[in-house]
Design a protein around this ligand. Structure first.
Ligand SMILES: [Zn+2]
Length: 422
């Protein structure tokens, strides 16, 4: 057991080789049982290696190292199902796909990954700006202990129709293409199958497909369906054959309905979900991922006018769709689209969720047990014996003040401490 406190990335290198000699006991005022929705007081969490060995046991292991967190409440490590770690809206972002190499994207993701982990997010799904499989490289670097970051579920390149939202050269001149042999561009069932297989071959752990037009791309109209039901179904079936989940970017109603019918696991953004679409999603059991902090924070004035107009149109509809998702009792996952706003601000989504009608508990469940179900990772999302020791702490009761999650004081991932109060 060791503590990573200084230059985190450098020390994390050593962590990969450090032995976990002694068990560790984390003591706090309480912990949130996300299943029952209760704060259990006090909290004594015994960590052995990378897992939780016991919670509030009658006897403690001999010779354990004690981490005392007075005044703190523990929660399971948070999960964000929609980030872009190698991406940030900054000067010239529109042409990066043809100016950057995969190495550039991977290097830029390093501080973003660290900021995300230190904000309490111990698992993220990186949804497809992975040019050159930079997101797969990042996952490996983190798993090897080369750099500090959350557990990453990478999508590789997002699938897109030619000229679609996730075609990396939409808006550029004819012949201007990303340097890679094959990104995610695919038209028709055969190409879709090949593109899914290509992502799987090179390490994707989830598939992302762009079912409709988007905001931060130069095609229109906002929300228009881009992939047919047949193409979406082919992608979903192929992803599932490989044991992977599939996420669809979808703003417009027709695309949302097609994604649901195609068997897509999670519908991202889900901006124009009508009552009819909500009923279809409820019947099919897809997850939906709203990104409300993004809507509250995206500065339309900083976008090119055509993109700002799309955002101004879709933003209010997306908030209505979120409220409709609550009304219909849909499975609402937790995803932020971090990268469109600064990495590390992910927890602001909790505050936005509550502001727009959710309860703190429901929002926290989204980022823990709901996302664990969506990602197919039953080894995390709760503080429970046998699960991964991904544990965070905040200074008080997050059910009374959800904004406490924006100031995470303690972060443990797999038994390693990355942040701790002085
Ligand atoms: Zn996104």
């Amino acid at each position: 057991m060791r503590h990573v406190t200084g230059p985190v990335a450098a020390l994390a290198l050593i962590a990969a080789y450090a032995a976990h000699a002694e068990p560790v006991v984390v003591e706090a005022d309480g912990y949130l049982d996300v299943v029952t929705g209760r704060i259990v007081r006090p909290a004594v969490v015994v960590v052995d290696g990378e897992k939780i060995a016991a919670v509030n046991p009658t006897t403690r292991p001999a010779g354990a190292k004690v981490i005392a967190l007075p005044g703190q409440v523990l929660l399971p490590g948070l999960m964000d199902d929609h980030v872009h770690l190698n991406y940030i809206i900054a000067e010239g972002w529109e042409t990066e796909p043809v100016r950057f190499t995969g190495a550039d994207f991977a290097m830029r993701a390093i501080p973003h990954a660290e900021a995300t982990l230190l904000a309490g997010f111990t698992t993220v799904r990186d949804l497809g700006t992975g040019l050159g499989f930079s997101d797969v490289a990042l996952m490996k670097a983190i798993d090897r202990g080369w750099v500090a970051g959350p557990r990453v579920v990478p999508a590789g390149h997002a699938l897109s129709v030619t000229g679609g939202h996730c075609d990396q050269s939409t808006g550029l001149g004819p012949g201007v293409e990303p340097p890679e042999f094959m990104s995610g561009r695919a038209d028709g069932v055969d190409e879709v199958l090949k593109a899914v297989r290509y992502q799987v071959k090179h390490g994707a752990k989830v598939i992302k497909i762009c079912a409709t037009a988007g905001v931060l791309s130069f095609e229109g109209p906002a929300g228009a369906q881009q992939y047919s039901l047949e193409e979406l179904r082919a992608a979903a079936e192929e992803a599932h054959r490989h044991g992977l989940r599939i996420a669809a970017h979808a703003h417009g109603t027709e695309g949302i309905i097609a994604a649901s019918k195609a068997g897509i696991d999670s519908i991202e953004h889900n901006s124009m979900m009508s009552d009819e679409a909500a009923a279809i999603i409820r019947k099919n059991g897809n997850f939906v991922t709203p990104n409300l902090h993004l809507i509250d924070t995206l500065k339309e004035t900083e976008l090119p006018p055509a993109l700002a107009a799309k955002q101004a149109y879709l933003g209010p509809l997306a908030i209505e769709s979120f409220q409709r998702a609550l009304k219909y009792g849909l499975k609402v996952a937790f995803g932020t689209d971090a990268g469109v706003f600064p990495h590390g601000d992910n927890a602001k989504e909790f505050t936005a969720r509550v502001k727009h009608g959710d309860t703190p508990l429901n929002a926290i469940r989204s980022a823990t047990i709901v996302n664990a179900e969506l990602l197919g990772t039953p080894d995390r999302g709760r503080i429970e014996a046998g699960l991964l020791a991904d544990v965070i702490a905040v200074a008080g009761n997050p059910l009374e003040d959800v904004a406490l999650l924006e100031d995470v004081r303690f972060v443990m991932k797999g038994g390693e401490i990355y942040k701790q109060p002085r």
